[in-house]
Write a protein that binds this ligand. Structure first.
Ligand SMILES: C[S@@+](CC[C@H](N)C(=O)[O-])C[C@H]1O[C@@H](n2cnc3c(N)ncnc32)[C@H](O)[C@@H]1O
Length: 385
């Protein structure tokens, strides 16, 4: 049980350091940072904790075979040679994910198909019947990563992506991924002791993830299914022990986290998501337009992602961002305002001086995450700048 093995956690571009910090806190060792990945070592306990506690991980993989292949035949043979009968029988279902960056293997779907053929051929030759594929809820999810001729096979211990915490059944248009929302809050360093507001909260993802952080509730505490629970070596006792220990460390929160939105539909969706996350005692969701926000006095922080303006004309979105900047200046005294946006041109019209600029990636999309510090009495200075 205490034996250590290699683990890889996948994340979004720009959150590698944040994820590495999280991994350190749950006891991972030999931590090193890759692109959208963090590599580390740990026991089964660390693996289970990774799935429960890591807020910025999308999936947690256990690599178990590395090989080189210069053509499809070699690739097939290497996959066929794995003792798949140690993991599954013909009665089980499988799914394969693949990511390729190679001149030899160009199509990730084809690679996944070929690997699937090798696995089912082996089991059929041994047992007379073949396992079938279930993309949604397989018994075993296998991950293939290929860089040029170097292939890594991993078992996916998460199963479904870890952003699926379970509370967000309904969402508004363009919601943030839960992993991204949690990462945005962690990057601010907010500790749950000052005010927290998302004034364009949509489905409530940012307030919910902020509250989970402040209350020290693991992001996937209420999620019911993880890939490793279907593995032959699943240790249910250890898993329950880890969950009980986590529960003992939940914290109370003395402040209320606030989410507001101009859309009544979004407000209703956010309220139901908050309820499902069991955080209705800590989060207040209200209908309010940011441009007509009441005066709020800090210390506190705002973390929000305004509309990106896909449906608005260029001038309209620029005008909207200008109004946003004015509203923060006038109505959020002594707040650190963190704005996340894909629209870097619109951000230029915000009219406030940035005190920090980060570039992050949501999948392939480059995004900006800017911090503006709004101090009492600095309005004139901002205007001049
Ligand atoms: C990109 S979405 C936010 C998504 C949210 N972070 C989530 O995860 O669901 C932008 C939100 O801003 C809201 N919005 C647009 N104009 C607003 C205004 N003037 N005041 C407050 N909210 C506004 C929209 O209704 C929408 O829900």
């Amino acid at each position: 049980m205490n034996q250590s093995f290699k683990i890889t956690a996948k994340t979004l571009g720009g959150f590698e350091e944040t994820l590495a910090d999280e991994i350190k806190r749950i006891g991972g060792s030999n931590i090193s940072i890759g692109t959208r990945s963090v590599f580390y070592s740990g026991s089964k306990e660390v693996l289970y904790k990774s799935n429960l506690h890591l807020r910025t991980a999308i999936r947690v993989l256990v690599p178990f075979k590395d090989f080189t292949a210069k053509n499809e035949k070699e690739f097939y043979k290497n996959i066929y040679d794995v003792k798949w009968e140690n993991f599954i029988t013909h009665k089980n279902t499988i799914a394969l994910d693949s990511a390729v960056n190679s001149n030899i293997f160009r199509h990730s779907k084809f690679v996944a198909q070929l690997a699937k053929d090798a696995i089912v051929d082996r089991i059929r030759n041994l047992e007379g019947k073949r396992p079938s594929v279930d993309l949604d809820n397989p018994d075993l999810r296998i991950n293939i990563h290929i860089k040029e001729n170097h292939c890594t096979l991993s078992l996916d211990s998460s199963g479904d992506s870890l952003h699926k915490r379970g509370y967000r059944i309904e969402k508004v248009e363009a919601p943030l991924s839960e992993v991204l929302a949690a990462g945005l809050v962690l990057l601010t360093g907010w500790n749950g002791e000052t005010k927290f507001i998302d004034p364009m909260c949509g489905s409530g993802t940012v307030p919910i993830e902020a509250c989970l952080i402040a209350r020290n509730i693991p992001p996937n505490y209420y999620r019911e299914n993880f890939g490793f629970q279907k593995w032959k070596d699943y240790d249910a006792k250890l898993w329950h022990q880890i969950k009980n220990e986590a529960k003992e460390n939940f914290k109370d929160l003395s402040i209320k986290i606030i989410g507001t939105d101009i859309s009544l539909e979004a407000v209703e969706i956010a309220r139901r998501n908050v309820e499902r996350a069991k955080l209705d005692e800590n989060i207040i969701i209200k209908k309010e337009s940011i441009t007509e926000a009441e005066l709020k006095t800090g210390p506190g922080i705002v973390v929000t992602n305004p509309p990106y303006g896909e449906r608005l004309k260029k001038e309209n979105i620029e005008e909207f961002y200008k109004k946003l900047g004015d509203s923060f200046k006038q109505n959020f005294k002594n707040f650190d305002v963190w704005i996340f946006s894909y629209n870097k041109n619109a951000l230029k019209h915000f009219g406030l001086r940035t005190s920090k600029r980060l570039t992050l990636f949501n999948g392939p999309l480059e995004c900006k995450y800017h911090k503006y510090s709004i101090y009492e009495g600095s309005k004139k200075q901002f205007r001049e700048e």
